[in-house]
Design a protein around this ligand. Sequence first.
Ligand code: HEC
Length: 215
Amino acid sequence: MMSKRGPWILVAGLTLFAAGCHTDMWVQPREEAQMESQFFADGAASRPPVLGTVAVGSVRDDEVFFTGRQNGQLVREMPTRQAMEALNVATYRAFLNKGRERFNIYCAPCHGQVGDGEGMIAQRGLNLRRPPGNYHTDRLREMPDGHFYDVITNGFGVMFSYASRVEPAERWAIVAYIRALQLSQSADPNMVPPQERERLDAPAPTNAPHGDTGH
Ligand code: HEC
């Protein structure tokens, strides 16, 4: 049977044993990220990247794609091919669908689903100093594609920039969708194929939930 002092002797033995170990392999003079340092002149352990460093894959040398401008001038036509490649969509329809999805998330709350500036926020939320733009004016219909990209990227007047939430390729998809909205709101009925024309006179679909006939 172990004596009452047994456990204490064991603890003391283990302590001596541990104290004899060399810990210098893992206790080394090294710096932890974000900590103070006596070593570097600026007193910070973390080093800033060398000036001009660009992470792999993040070179932004395509002026048109990333700024919507060429030699400082807003581009008339968007870089559709690059945007579709970046979004990995094969058809223009899929590109527009992407634009519609992003538009309905980020823009429709203020600008409305058809872009008339009558979004929910404009109707009953924020008391905006200036109302959200209506896209269906001659001025905006004639604006170059680059203008819309520029507004999303840098904001416009009281509108905040959406650059942190909408990727460049998605911004172009939104621009394409805004162009489709502009066309849809000022289209000539003769543009509709004859076999589809009678549907123009059909009653507009209601917003009633599916299966609810209102009776
Ligand atoms: C929080 C509300 C809000 C959201 C969300 C919003 N906007 Fe705006 N937008 C505004 C307001 C307000 C103006 C008018 C700004 C002014 O005239 O100072 C405006 C103006 C514009 C204009 C007109 C610029 C001009 O030349 O007159 C465009 C184009 C536009 N927005 C595009 C977008 C797009 C695209 C999105 C989505 C990525 C978006 N906006 C999201 C509030 C919003």
